[in-house]
Ligand binder design. Structure first.
Ligand SMILES: [Zn+2]
Length: 313
């Protein structure tokens, strides 16, 4: 662990707690856009854990998880350092949007470029200022609009350290998730840093169960890393899924699901139907594989090709 951490030109010594605001740019109105970064340092040597949310500005469950942990003073580590970023994409947060105003996704823009698009600049600044210090991290996300995710950790499970961290977090499900181009997770891994993605609920909606699971999981991770004295043990070990498949709508119409998130379905089990609004058409939907429903479309009106059901196994 470094003696001094320097973020945004601010030096943070062991035993200090600092809030610094990373200036990114200005809005057309001249309003400064900056990203609050909280740093909590123990006097004792230990790992540096990053907790970050709001990379997609409309995904507020993670923001709420970090906010509650800040409020309850749960982020003072026994050893090492915790860096907490409740909202990375301030633009998206203000606009109820996943992206930044140029329409780009920050999580497809890593490692970023100082002279690039706005998304690329956010990624670049974060990589330069914060990531050099990080050993491990949890990046909090939610499903897209109207698609709810059952609480789950996503990471590359061929990495045994990831496996160990995911087991310690003990979300109901752990999904093996290959790297995506331009994601923080991929760029961090190139530098030997492990980022777990925690997914729960859907964008712009609080998922109370998932928020609670997220806080408890983070506490278990802190405990596992020796950064806290106690945690609530998980009621069950995480269910590990190596593969997953999406069921997409073959027809447009009204979608009704017969299954709930978290439920186990058998292959070819009737999981719902799509009808037209007039009672003329009724298409039965069957599960494409046996597995757990880890994501579900809550939007009753769907178009052809829309993702309906995410099954992991
Ligand atoms: Zn996201």
């Amino acid at each position: 662990m470094p003696e001094t951490i320097k973020i945004n030109g601010v030096s943070i010594d062991r035993g200090e707690k600092v809030l610094t605001k990373l200036v990114i740019s200005k809005l057309p109105s001249g309003t400064v856009i900056d990203i609050p970064v909280y740093v909590f340092r123990s006097v004792h040597d230990g790992p540096v854990l990053l907790l970050m949310a709001g990379m997609h500005g409309d995904e507020v469950n993670g923001t709420e998880i970090i906010r509650r942990m800040l409020t309850k003073k749960m982020l003072y580590p026994l050893k090492g350092t915790i860096i907490a970023v409740p909202v990375l994409n301030i633009y998206g947060f203000l606009n109820f949007s996943r992206d930044v105003p140029d329409g780009k996704d920050v999580n497809r823009s890593f490692p970023g470029n100082k002279e690039g698009s706005l998304a690329s600049r956010v990624a670049h600044r974060f990589m330069k200022e914060v990531m050099p210090y990080v050993d491990y991290g949890v990046d909090f996300h939610t499903g897209g609009s109207s698609r709810g995710n059952y609480p789950q950790i996503r990471c590359v499970l061929s990495d045994t350290r990831n496996q160990e961290l995911a087991e310690a977090f003990a979300a109901p499900f752990t999904l093996n998730a290959p790297f995506r181009q331009g994601s923080l997770r991929k760029e961090a891994a190139k530098l030997g840093k492990r980022i777990l993605v925690y997914e729960t609920g859907e964008s712009l909606r609080f998922d109370e169960r998932g928020i609670k699971v997220g806080i408890e999981g983070t506490c278990r991770l802190l405990h596992h890393l020796g950064m806290s004295t106690s945690c609530t043990p998980a009621s069950e070990p995480t269910t590990v899924c190596m593969k997953d498949i999406w069921l997409r709508a073959k027809n447009a119409g009204l979608f009704r699901s017969l299954v709930k998130e978290g439920e186990y379905v058998k292959k070819n089990q009737n999981i719902g139907s799509i009808t037209d609004p007039y009672g003329e058409m009724d298409v039965r939907l069957n599960a494409p594989a046996a597995g757990y429903v880890v994501g579900l479309n809550n939007m009753p009106v769907v178009n052809q090709g829309d993702a309906l059901l995410h099954i992991a196994f």
